[in-house]
Design a protein around this ligand. Structure first.
Ligand code: UT7
Length: 347
């Protein structure tokens, strides 16, 4: 059995910065409310037409591949995590394969929202462990701005999210370092607590007789005017309900990872939590009694970038020299599904 290690890491965020003050101009919100409730000061917003979830992922991937000391031709497999794909189908993985002119390798898309990157890392880790692949490109990328309700109606969601991408190259290794374990969980009872309902196949059309459908009904099956009028094409979030679960499940899954490897919270050199809310991160930090310099935060500058948040934070922490060889690094995330996860890495 082999082990896997992060051989290269990269990130990309759009240059366009949107501050809380900018949002004050388009909806009934305030810098004070956003900072007090979330810690967010600003977020990056992708170029409306020139930047997509895939193009941002590709930029992060190029850096990760370069830092791994290989070329795109050496990648054996792609795992792409996002909730904001370029197309409804196909997924972003194949678009990365095309953009980087890679060999005709496999490309898998992961739909686990905020936990997406850790799920993707876990999948890639299994392929490396069995010896099936040697170099796997794992990407988390989001272009949230294409589909948020930037009016007062959607303010509880739209002020939180931002765009960006992070990527790693996972490589085979034989020594003590690398990914020690990953831990994945879900509970679908709360699936509708944080969700985008439409377009989706849950609509009740099939209770009717298909033969009785007229052209207008067929045309509206995928996305109807009433869905749009009721803002069902935008994400819905019961924020307090998500908050309450997140502060329980993330410490739980961190402890699970530590116990699986005979470590305790004080052994963590750097915790990289999903950047959903600074208050959630502080809850986790206090419940595990971690010092400030053992927890990395950058939500202030990027907001919540969902599948991209963990690799962006990991990349920044590493670039700033806050993660060194031999460090015990813990990743954790919680979000829509609900799904939650952790990964423990000896750097
Ligand atoms: O990454 C995916 C996982 N997501 C999360 O982890 C998010 C978890 N939840 C949260 O982070 C918090 O619940 C929020 C930041 C989303 C909201 O903070 P909160 O302290 O839970 O506020 P709330 O939803 O209870 O709303 C309090 C008030 C409401 O007004 P009333 O009913 O008290 O008059 C909202 O209408 O704040 C109002 N409000 C806003 N006011 C100004 C909601 N959004 C805004 C806004 N600006 N953007």
């Amino acid at each position: 059995m082999y082990k896997s290690k992060i051989g290269g890491i990269g990130m990309y965020v759009p240059t366009n910065i949107v501050t809380n003050k900018d949002l004050e101009k388009i909806m009934d919100t305030s810098d004070e409310w956003i900072q007090e409730r979330t810690g967010i000061q600003e977020r990056r917003i992708a170029h409306r037409t020139n930047e997509t979830t895939t193009t941002m992922g590709v930029e992060a991937a190029k850096i990760a591949i370069d830092r791994a000391g290989i070329t795109a031709q050496d990648i054996d497999f792609i795992v792409f995590a996002t909730l904001s794909p370029d197309y409804y189908f196909p997924g972003c993985g194949v678009l990365v394969q095309r953009a980087l002119q890679m060999k005709e390798i496999g490309a898998l898309d992961i739909r686990n929202q905020c936990s997406g990157f850790i799920y993707a890392l876990s999948v890639a880790d299994q392929f490396i462990k069995t010896g099936m692949y040697k170099n796997i490109l794992v990407i988390g990328s989001e272009k949230h701005s294409f589909g948020l309700d930037y009016t007062t109606r959607g303010r509880n969601v739209s002020v939180i999210f931002g765009d960006g991408a992070g990527a790693v190259v996972l490589q085979q290794c034989n020594n003590e370092s690398g990914i020690l374990s990953t831990h994945l969980h879900s509970n679908g009872n709360d699936a509708e607590t944080l969700a985008m309902y439409n377009p989706g196949t849950h609509a009740n059309y099939w209770k009717k007789d298909l033969a009785s459908f007229d052209e207008a009904t067929i045309g509206e099956m995928f996305m109807s005017h009433s869905m749009i009028d009721n803002a069902q094409n935008f994400p819905f979030m019961d924020g307090p309900a998500v908050f309450k679960k997140a502060v329980v499940k993330m410490p739980e899954v961190i402890l699970e990872a530590l116990q699986a490897n005979n470590y305790k919270p004080s052994d963590i050199d750097m915790l990289i939590p999903h950047q959903a809310n600074l208050r959630i991160i502080q809850f986790i930090q206090h419940s595990l009694k971690l010092a400030d310099d053992k927890v990395y935060n950058n939500i202030q500058y990027y907001g919540n970038t969902t599948a991209a948040s963990v690799p962006i934070a990991l990349c920044e922490a590493w670039e700033k020299g806050k993660i060194k060889t031999g460090d015990l690094v813990c990743l954790t995330a919680f979000g829509s599904g609900f799904t939650w996860a952790s990964a423990l890495i000896k750097w």
